[in-house]
Design a protein. Sequence first.
Length: 137
Amino acid sequence: MTVVDTGLAGEYAAIHAYGTAAVHLSGAPRDLAEALEAEHRDRRDALLDFYDGHGMEAAPAQASYDIDPIGDAEAAQALLLDVEERLATTGRAGVASEEPAEREICLNMLTASAEALARWRIAVGEAAAAPWPGRPA
């Protein structure tokens, strides 16, 4: 599995998580979730274009994803924070790829996930940034 495969799998999972979590949110957090879900769909599409452009076959999304039950807005926001953390980690790992095109797309994923993570952190009252997005503390 390449870093791009991992990134695509992460985007599929993120889209599912956002769709599952957004119904538990309202107001500004719901608006943020909907905007970020759209961004994840755009990144998924960019990754699918990457596959097409390189003559590669992309894996499809899974039929289902293992997500703990979401009972309230706090749990929904915690899930979405975790999603963005994981995607930042995936993007960060991919930046080390020896393939320039993979590095570029992974850098774009890292940047987008770090920005989304900062937006969620601000929305839940946390500090906007970690010193190294995608790197465990």
